[in-house]
Design a protein around this ligand. Sequence first.
Ligand code: UDP
Length: 228
Amino acid sequence: MEKLYEGKAKILYPEGENLRVYFKDEATAFNAQKRGLIPGKGVVNNKVSAFLFRHLEAHGVKTHFLKELSDREMLVRRVEILPLEVILRYRAAGSFARRYGVEEGTPLQAPLVEFSLKNDALGDPLICENAILALGLAEEGELERVKATALRVGELLRGFFAQRGLDLWDFKLEFGRYGGEILLADEISPDTMRLRKDGEPLDKDRFRRDLGGVEEAYQEVLRRVLGG
Ligand code: UDP
């Protein structure tokens, strides 16, 4: 079957009016300057994303998810992705901690929603809401919808992971337009979030920082997500 698009971690295939998403084991970090393989990652990310999309749908969040097709594949609605990375933060980490010179893990006074422009050539620069509107990347109503949904998703995921002994520090979401609606899209996986167990990373930070035990960390997240 002909690919529609191949990204760093996923391949998209047309499937009737929908899309089939295939999750790869390839991993990249630091805007693809670091590359590697995390065996089994594709299976973990597909299953974790599917479980979380279902959980969110059950709590009233509209997503592009339709069903799991195999260990590494899911069927999703074909949305028009907004060119934004929506980042929710509960504790300082990564680029945020560096930008403001705060220690990793510092709790934030309130959940923070940040936007980056999805543009690899520019290194996904931080973008403010006025610039999003000025550039016509999203309409005001869409942006309000995105923010409110992201905060609701954050609340649900923080509780979900807390019940499983994991502290969700931050995560990235993407949204798409679909028939006049805004749907949560892309993936929600250890590739796109920071999860800590007793302060220890169980996510892509193990790969970014060469901490070892990367495969095991992804498997541990899957076990905890499925195990309830
Ligand atoms: N993130 C992501 N894709 C990106 C950039 C960030 O999934 O292209 C996730 C990242 O895994 C983390 C959160 O968004 O959970 C915040 O990332 P940050 O801005 O700190 O970027 P980093 O320094 O990790 O690149």
